[in-house]
Write a new protein. Structure first.
Length: 365
């Protein structure tokens, strides 16, 4: 048998650029190589993975040893669809597993994990964007038509209360209070629809996070502990700093309201090159700058989790359902991506954004 060549494969840049977690497995079950996406998925370095039994690192609900034998015997690829994969440090993820023999080293097998969550979340993101446009467009028209009659109702109730005995004013006061509440909601809808295009400039993510954190701690998050876990080496993103601050403020508010009796919110930033999204003009773009807002609250109700970024979907009794929809809209306008993972005791909102373009050096004369 041809001896294993180091490094493998050649050229290394292709291996490093693969967007899916990929491992090379020797003639048994030991890991020979792990690409950067696999390091991220397994939350450990390539150095600590090499030489480890693959099924000590990955728990896969499928007869994997039998599958490896078939791939080596037949020297042909094999796909295993919709199996649960976990690393022991994260909830199970539905994946399609691709196994392929390396033809110049027949005993060596390439294992590629294709998480379904990526495709599902992208689909939900696009669906939420479409739903937002249609729902908000309708709501804007209704808001304009409803606000004027509400003002008349509120005024009439106030005039009526002037001629009533104090014990009879309770009902008119309720009418005025409820009309004001509805007007406030309609103004939020109009604000959502009239959001200006982002004025994008190189922006420090941590500055926007700090502004949101300080504002939250003196208001709605005063009962919470907010922990900063930043990667200080992150380069600038390309964003509207005010809109980005609004995104983080809304996400922190969502976390604080979920933890009514107190708790901890962790603000975590990190760099991850594995995520790429296709732009409107065709080519894909990397979204390596990641911000996670993590809380230890009760989690998102399962019946609304898949639609949490759609307008008017809320897990709170008196919630408008516009806060997270606004977050999704702003991130989409910034060519970014937002996802959520939620289980009881841990909810993680992740915002992924592009880097700011490099400034072109002025040519010297």
């Amino acid at each position: 048998m041809t001896p294993y060549r180091m490094p493998y494969p050649v050229p290394g840049v292709i291996w490093a650029s693969l967007p899916l977690p990929t491992l090379l497995i020797d003639q048994g079950t030991m890991i020979l190589e792990a690409n950067p996406a696999a390091e991220t998925f397994l939350n450990t370095s390539q150095k600590s993975l090499i030489g480890q039994p693959v099924f000590d690192r990955l728990s896969i609900e499928a007869p994997m040893e039998e599958a490896l034998l078939r791939v080596r015997a037949n020297q042909s690829p094999l796909n295993i669809n919709d199996v649960e994969v976990t690393t022991g440090e994260r909830p199970p993820v539905q994946c399609t597993i691709h196994l392929a023999p390396m033809h110049d080293n027949p005993g060596i097998v390439m294992l590629i994990l294709s998480p379904r969550e990526l495709a599902d979340r992208l689909g939900r993101s696009l669906g939420a964007k479409t739903a937002a446009r249609s729902a908000i467009g309708m709501a804007e028209m209704l808001a304009h038509e409803i606000k004027n009659p509400l003002a008349g109702i509120s005024g009439a109730a106030q005039l009526l209360s002037m001629n009533l005995a104090p014990e009879d004013q309770e009902m008119t006061d309720l009418i005025v209070e409820e009309t004001r509440r509805i007007v406030k909601l309609l103004e939020q809808v109009e604000q959502f629809g009239n959001l200006r295009p982002p004025d994008r400039k190189p922006t420090n993510l941590h500055d926007a996070l700090d502004r949101a954190r300080k504002s939250a701690l003196v208001g709605f998050a005063a009962h919470m502990t907010i922990v900063e876990d930043y990667d200080p080496s992150l380069p600038p993103t390309f964003a509207d700093s005010d809109q980005l601050m609004q995104v983080f403020l809304n996400l922190i508010k969502n976390a604080a309201e979920a933890c009514r009796t107190g708790g901890t919110i962790r603000l975590h930033t990190f760099y991850d090159l594995s995520l790429r999204l296709r732009r409107k003009d065709g080519p894909s773009a990397a979204l390596p700058l990641n911000v996670e807002i993590i809380d230890d609250g009760p989690g998102i109700p399962p019946d609304i989790a898949a639609n949490i970024f759609e307008p008017f979907v809320s897990g709170r009794e008196n919630g408008t359902g516009l806060g997270l929809a606004l977050v999704s809209k702003i991130i989409t306008d910034h060519e970014g991506w937002i996802t959520v993972d939620s289980t009881p005791g841990r909810t993680v909102f992740r915002v992924s954004l592009p880097m700011a373009p490099r400034e072109k050096k002025k040519e010297s004369r």
